[in-house]
Design a protein around this ligand. Sequence first.
Ligand SMILES: [Zn+2]
Length: 113
Amino acid sequence: MHELTITLSIVNIAEEEVRKASAQKVEEIEMEIGQLSGVEVDSLEFLWEEAVRSSVLESAERKIYHIPGKARCMECDIEFEIEQIFDPCPKCQQYFNDIVAGKELRIKSLTVT
Ligand SMILES: [Zn+2]
């Protein structure tokens, strides 16, 4: 249950932030989840309600931004969208590319109140 661990760590971070700000709860949370992060957003959404119950996130509005995978070919220097880490360059077909986006898994912002 990879997603459960992630959700619980998000709850921990939120509890910490609320405490630091001497606030009561989180009003809104924005998260960025990359397509290549290995996180199933559907599972995370499914687990969310249960995981945040009685926490500072219980009534928080949740916004999830999906970051598409993007790579740069080291041979021809073009950027292209990828769905998996080892998708080849569409121009030269080589597999060793720099991942430039899509591995994100982070809290973009927390609004506490
Ligand atoms: Zn290429």
